[in-house]
Design a protein around this ligand. Structure first.
Ligand code: PEP
Length: 261
């Protein structure tokens, strides 16, 4: 069995006010008072809901995550949020490089590298998102695109950032209802682990959690999470409902108990 603890992360994107987030957490804790044994959970609300979500999660065993961070430590960057501000709110994980930000903000690997550096300085684990578009997949470029996106790790030399988590999120699967097949996802995850191994060695690569993201639902989660190189999920739409998020946590536990089923 893998030594990696399965991890399911809710990415709420631009959904839920702080009041709605508190109601979600109350409902979720009613359904699942603690994460299933051997499963890690985290929720990434929008910035304005971070503080109240963190308070509502206190003692639940569910971690607090942020959806983004600025690449500088502080200063004249109107509207931006620094890693130290997130750490002060108890944020333990932060997404970097989500495809919606790659698409809308045209951020580069060099910026993602600096964001991860700021997070590490603040004691926050980066959750770095990679994935190809449909056009890139159709042109047979998936492996090369993933390799290129991992150049954001160059800044860390032969080491990986402390607590580093990787998420494979094929762009064509995000929010489309068209998840990758378990076989497709497993192949991409294996490739990513090979790339990590070339950078940081086999031991470090085998220890990194690689999450799958893209139209994960309670119906398909168990099969996806059962793949040998898939260590849980980064979930958008299906994480907005407490019962579905609880079911995803249970799916991660079931996949660990009986991999391949
Ligand atoms: C995401 O945005 O990270 C995501 C995976 O979204 P969805 O689950 O809705 O496809």
């Amino acid at each position: 069995m893998s030594a990696r603890t399965p991890f399911v992360v809710a990415n709420w994107k631009m959904n839920k006010t702080a009041t709605e987030a508190e109601a979600f957490v109350a409902g979720f804790r009613g359904l699942l008072p603690a994460p299933p044994p051997g499963v890690d959970l985290a929720i990434a609300p929008p910035f304005p809901a971070l503080e109240r979500t963190g308070r509502a999660l206190a003692g639940s065993g569910v971690g607090l995550a942020a959806q983004d961070v600025h690449a500088e430590q502080k200063g004249a960057y109107t509207g931006e949020v620094a890693a130290s501000m997130l750490a002060d709110l108890g944020v333990a994980f932060c997404l970097v490089g989500h495809s919606e930000r790659r698409r809308d903000r045209h951020e580069t690997e060099e910026q993602f590298a600096r964001k991860m550096k700021r997070l590490v300085e603040a004691g926050i684990a980066p959750l770095y998102c990679v994935g190809e578009t449909l056009e890139q997949r159709d042109r047979g470029e998936t492996d090369a695109v993933l390799a290129d996106q991992l150049t954001a790790l160059d800044l860390f030399g032969p080491d990986l950032p402390p607590g580093f988590v990787l998420a494979y999120e094929p762009v064509w699967a995000i929010g489309t209802g068209r998840a990758a097949t378990p076989e497709m996802a497993q192949a991409a995850h294996r490739h990513l682990r090979t790339l990590l191994s070339r950078r940081a060695g086999a031991v470090a690569a085998e220890a990194v959690r690689v999450l799958y993201g893209g139209s994960v639902t309670p119906a398909n989660a168990r099969e996806l999470f059962s793949q040998p190189d898939i260590d849980g999920g980064l979930v958008g739409g299906a994480s907005l409902n407490p019962a579905d998020f609880a079911a995803l946590a249970e799916a991660a536990a079931a996949a660990t108990a009986a991999p391949g089923s």
